[in-house]
Design a protein around this ligand. Structure first.
Ligand code: NAD
Ligand code: IPM
Ligand code: MN
Length: 361
């Protein structure tokens, strides 16, 4: 078996956080004799600057060959004026749809050491461990028709289409139910079935699917209420399953429960468990290249890659424990810093994880 790992640093803080994750993965590779082969390619704005397109053929070809892909982030003000079809974000969306990565796992787990970093009261978030399962290759992000057009009366209008087929709903539902079986056996499906037909169907299919999983409890919630419940009493949730756009929004909200968006990793998997791993946050242009970004979400995404796509549970565990050790030592990037802890930069955080990993071996 080959273990080809492809790094796609992208833009903004992407290269900063991927550099730290690469160090950690290279060390895990040596220490656990994993036999990983590393490669790198361009995506997003970096690819536009080099080749004119956000997802060059060469990058897509390497991505198809890879067993695991680790992406930093794409986008930034430099490319915001470009046409939608050639923006950096299209590179990311093209990878997701081109590789069929429909199943997005976004675990919001609070490291106990970070209870004080959350903007919510420690008792509201302590012990938090929820999993957001977001559909990633359909819904309003990809529905046709879409566009901006000029009507006969001369007024411009923009339009997108929110569309899901039964089979798309069923396959993401299965990911949620199967995940719940490994956890606390509760799935909350989030929709807007009081207004949108597409989510009436979503709810019906989830109900049908639930019959195959009698050991898992299924509930439903409207997305507006869910946004409120996530900050009122987030621990009521175990697995949340939802569509592409609602999942995007709710996962950023859930990130703050864990202290910072810089802590939330993710996996995007296809039918054959090939995966692309990335932090949930963006390219953070405001702090790019300044040694300020928190690399932990990306390092934790690297651990998820070892676990889900490459099958190296032990190495994944060691990295996750090393992250916890570093938090125990009181080291904090600015986004998770609070009184009584020591502020460090991106690089020092990466070095500390390496040192903690060495000690764990
Ligand atoms: P963002 O997530 O980049 O930043 C939001 C805020 O969080 C900023 O204040 C930023 O400094 C902070 N932040 C984000 N990651 C951090 C980290 N690791 N450590 C410390 N602080 C961090 O969201 P945005 O500002 O809305 O978007 C900026 C660009 O990123 C846009 O071009 C957007 O399209 C793109 N984006 C890309 C991805 C991705 O590649 N997966 C995800 C979201 C946004
Ligand atoms: C994310 C991002 C992307 C999304 C953008 C950059 C296309 O916000 O991964 O959460 O909306 O899916
Ligand atoms: Mn997002």
């Amino acid at each position: 078996m080959t273990n080809k790992v492809l790094f796609l640093p992208g833009d903004g803080i992407g290269p900063d956080i991927i550099a730290q994750t690469e160090r950690v993965l290279r060390r895990a590779d040596e220490s656990f004799s994993l036999g990983l082969e590393f490669d790198e390619a361009k995506v997003g704005g970096a690819a536009i600057d080099a080749t004119g397109v956000p997802l060059p053929d060469d990058t897509m070809a390497k991505a198809r060959e890879a067993d695991g892909i680790l992406l930093g982030a794409v986008g930034g003000p430099k490319w915001d004026a470009l046409d939608m079809a050639v923006r950096p974000e299209k590179g990311l969306l093209g990878l997701r749809s081109g590789l069929g990565l429909f199943g997005n796992l976004r675990p919001a787990f609070l490291y106990p050491q970070l209870a004080e970093a959350s903007s919510l009261k420690p008792e509201v978030v302590s012990g938090l461990d929820i999993l957001i399962v977001r559909e990633l290759t359909g819904g309003i992000y990809f529905g046709e028709p879409r566009g901006i057009q000029t009507r006969e009366d001369g007024e411009r209008e923009g339009f997108n289409t929110y569309r899901y087929s039964e089979s798309e709903i069923r396959r993401i539902g299965r990911v949620a139910f199967e995940s719940a079986r490994q956890r606390n056996k509760k799935v909350c499906s989030i929709d807007k079935a009081n207004v949108l037909e597409v989510t009436v169907l979503w709810r019906e299919v989830m109900e049908e699917l639930a019959k195959d999983y009698p050991d898992v409890e299924l509930s439903h919630m409207y997305v507006d209420n869910a946004a409120m419940q996530l900050v009122r009493a987030p621990k009521q949730f175990d697995v949340i399953v939802t569509g592409n756009m609602f999942g995007d929004i709710l996962s950023d909200e859930a990130a703050m429960l864990t202290g910072s968006i810089g802590m939330l990793p993710s996996a995007a998997l296809n039918e054959s468990k090939q995966g692309m791993y990335e932090p949930c946050h963006g390219s953070a242009p405001d702090i790019a290249g300044q040694d300020l970004a928190n690399p932990l979400a990306t390092i934790l995404s690297g651990a998820m890659m070892l676990r889900y796509s490459l099958g190296y549970e032990q190495a994944a565990d060691a990295i996750e424990k090393a992250v916890s050790d570093v938090l125990d030592q009181g080291l904090r990037t600015p986004d998770i810093h609070f009184e009584g802890t020591r502020k460090v930069g991106t690089n020092e955080m990466g070095e500390a994880v390496l040192a903690a990993l060495d000690k764990r071996l």
